[in-house]
Design a protein around this ligand. Structure first.
Ligand SMILES: Nc1ncnc2c1ncn2[C@@H]1O[C@H](COP(=O)(O)OP(=O)(O)OP(=O)(O)O)[C@@H](O)[C@H]1O
Length: 310
């Protein structure tokens, strides 16, 4: 569905997105996570065809953006961070207007509007003026315009922006329903949103992809903190070669190492082997402590800074 290769976007001297590559093949929800300024919106604007990459290539649903993105725009829906909803228009009129702009044929337009109203549960508000709607309902109008014509790719930039917990719950349910028949790229800086909704997460940091992982893999993964009285390079090398160890990070301030494990099931075996390595290197074991690598930990490891809270 999406093949992005070395996507780069500069604004003057600022490189907002730097050689970003990823591939998406199936329907489902992919979270694009990162601090403010990480480059999420810029990636989404390029995916939506709103912004041209400075370098790199993008193919969506078989259409290469290099050949123009008009055809692609018919197969995608985009909810920008601040949806351009016209305050003095009625909901149904606004959706009809967007359907026209999207190139949906006249005879299909009223059905497309009705389907979008139904999917977003806005049927009873179809004749309301947009400026009389609550923030949550306006956001739903933004989603309704994005799903007009049943796009196969939905790009949602901060759909939970400014919503209260109840509105947020409705929005999450709606996104889950939509993902049954579309690929959804969901940008957020809220970890809880990714944990609740996504099956894959791309963490962006300073314009790059710092991590691309399946949520199921992240949930399974965990780490072992090993502290010894005399750390050494030889010990670190042996730890790196242990079965089940995906990586080793030095924790020099703590005289220790963080062993990243690929599978939680390996925990006991790897802990035993790590203790043997310490002994074989004539070091004394101070601590051997397991912890699950939740998304917050993973975010911290990938970006070097704390994750934003909800
Ligand atoms: N039109 C622009 N002109 C100049 N710089 C820009 C422009 N748009 C974005 N930037 C810069 O590009 C970088 C990435 O911005 P972007 O909006 O893509 O990040 P983001 O991850 O979506 O942030 P946020 O969570 O705050 O929306 C930032 O340094 C930002 O200041």
């Amino acid at each position: 569905m999406i093949e992005a290769q070395s996507l780069t976007r500069r604004y003057g001297n600022t490189t907002a997105v730097n050689r970003v590559s990823f591939r998406v093949e199936h329907n489902g929800i992919i979270g694009l996570l990162g601090h403010n300024g990480a480059g999420k919106t810029t990636v989404m604007k390029m995916l939506s065809g709103y912004l041209e990459p400075t370098a790199g290539s993008l193919v969506v649903a078989g259409h290469d953006y290099a050949g123009g993105c008009r055809a692609v725009q018919r197969t995608l829906g985009y909810l920008p961070e601040d949806p351009p909803v016209y305050p003095d228009m009625m909901v149904a009129d606004y959706l009809d207007y967007v359907a026209t702009c999207k190139g949906i044929a006249r005879e299909e337009r009223s059905r497309a509007v009705r389907d979008a109203l139904l999917a977003t549960e806005l049927g009873t508000r179809a004749l309301d003026r947009i400026d009389t709607l609550s923030r949550g309902l306006k956001q739903r109008v933004g989603v309704a315009q994005a799903i007009l014509g049943n796009p196969r790719l939905l790009i949602l930039d901060e759909p939970g922006n400014g919503l209260d917990p109840e509105q947020n719950r409705h929005m999450r349910e709606l996104i889950q329903r939509l993902a049954r028949r579309a690929t959804v790229i969901l940008s957020t800086h809220i970890l809880q949103e990714v944990e609740a909704l996504c099956e894959r997460v791309l963490i962006m940091h300073e314009g790059r992809i710092a991590l691309d992982a399946g949520m199921a893999d992240l949930r399974r993964s965990c780490s072992l903190l090993l502290r010894v009285d005399t750390p050494s390079e030889a010990l670190r090398h042996q730890l790196e070669r242990l079965p089940g160890v995906a990586g080793v990070e030095s924790r020099l301030a703590e005289n220790g190492y963080l062993l990243l494990l690929a599978e939680q099931g390996e925990l006991d075996t790897t802990a035993g082997l790590a203790a043997q390595c310490v002994q074989a290197n004539d070091a004394g074991l101070i601590t051997l402590q397991a912890s699950r690598r939740d998304l917050e930990t993973v975010f911290r490891e990938a970006t070097g800074s704390e994750a934003p809270a909800e």
